[in-house]
Design a binder for this molecule. Structure first.
Ligand SMILES: [Zn+2]
Ligand SMILES: [Zn+2]
Length: 375
């Protein structure tokens, strides 16, 4: 009796180990016969819009500014795309979400992924309105979670917490087809890159869509070294007011022998992966020309948050007892949430405070309600 019970326990243990291995294995399962995957870096001027297709499936990462929605719609239509498996809106800056309402209105979309940063702008409100009108739910994907796109696997790398600027809060992901790996980090800056690195997920990639249009505040050395790309793609417009791409970023790419492709020079760029090798539809750039000589910061209409211009308010709030928690505060962003809000899990411990204060007291202390959980 005892013996058979022990055997039963052993079997249970073995089953648990097998199941555990199946569910905790961080490496994406690569398909034996990968489909052709195409990554279209659509020329949307200053902004981002990347279409990824694989075996009849499609994903769009960002949708340019509000003048580009129809152009992206036509680009997708020409390729006979009627449904998007995924629409990823990396962060709520206008050069990434402006064109999204058109796409949301015109296409069937299975899953919408958004940043955990809500922005108080008309462009952001229009996006939420379009999602609501279509009765589409949207979530911030969990870091480490994986989604399939045909034979390709999408692994979420960020955002790793709530940040005080939209760029750092970008949804970052790695798309792998066979052995070919593509990395997308939106406009994530150095702080967010550090958090992605600290997470320990493998971020090495063949193709790196250069963070924040080639800004010097992204592509930090440690991050670049971990990615070690062979190819880099920069999405920006000619003569943009930010001076993108910055010379520092181009130098990093150049000194490491990375082949660079730029939408400001080549227009739309298409990279094709067969799972083993990657080919581009245009030759690599050889100009190494930064955008800085055309910088004109005083007259430009700012559609992109420059993290460097924002200083986070850093006042302390009074501590309170942990019993009977009413709300959760983020001392960094000065937002407050219902304890059940999905954003709460992404607050860094040092920024988080569980409070028993009333709603009025919290607002009196300078906090604003989260737009997602409406506390
Ligand atoms: Zn941007
Ligand atoms: Zn941005």
């Amino acid at each position: 009796m005892k013996k058979s019970f022990n055997r039963f326990l052993n079997l249970l243990l073995i089953a648990a180990v097998i199941l555990g291995a199946a569910f905790t294995n961080p490496l994406p399962v690569t398909a034996a016969n990968p489909d052709k995957m195409e990554v279209h870096f659509i020329d949307v001027g200053q902004g981002d819009a990347t279409l990824i297709t694989c075996g009849g499936h499609a994903m769009l990462i960002d949708a340019g500014d509000d003048t580009k929605g129809t152009a992206i719609q036509n680009y997708l239509k020409k390729r006979n795309i009627k449904t998007l498996d995924y629409l990823v809106l990396t962060h709520p800056d206008a050069d990434h979400i402006g064109g999204a309402p058109v796409i949301i209105t015109k296409f069937d979309i299975d899953k919408v992924f958004v940043s955990n940063y809500e922005k108080d702008t008309k462009t952001y409100q229009k996006l939420i309105q379009a999602l609501d009108d279509k009765r589409l739910s949207y979530t911030t994907p969990e870091v480490g979670s994986q989604y399939s796109l045909g034979t390709a696997t999408v692994t979420i790398l960020g955002p790793n917490e709530e940040y005080d600027n939209p760029n750092d809060a970008s949804v970052a992901c790695l798309v792998q087809n066979g052995n070919n790996r593509f990395l997308f980090t939106g406009d994530a800056g150095e702080d967010a890159e550090k958090d992605i690195l600290n997470n320990g997920l493998n971020i090495s990639a063949d193709v790196y869509k250069v963070g924040h249009h080639g800004s010097r505040y992204s592509t930090s050395k440690a991050f670049f070294d971990a990615v070690k790309p062979s190819y880099a793609v920069i999405s920006c417009s000619e003569d943009n007011s930010y001076g993108h791409p910055h010379a520092e970023t181009l130098n990093t790419l150049r000194t490491n022998g990375v082949k660079v492709y730029r939408t400001d020079e080549a227009g739309t760029i298409v990279a094709t992966s067969d799972g083993k090798k990657i080919t581009f539809n245009v030759p690599a750039s050889d100009t190494w020309q930064s955008g800085e000589q055309t910088q004109n910061s005083s007259t430009s209409k700012t559609t992109d948050s420059a993290a460097e211009l924002q200083e986070a308010p850093k006042e302390e709030v009074s501590a309170s007892t942990p019993t009977g928690i009413t709300y959760v505060l983020n001392k960094n962003t000065h937002k407050f949430h219902k304890p059940s809000c999905s954003s709460v899990d992404t607050i860094k411990p040092k920024n988080r405070e569980d409070t028993t204060m009333s709603r009025d007291e919290i607002i009196g202390a300078g906090y604003v309600p989260c737009k997602r959980c409406n506390p």
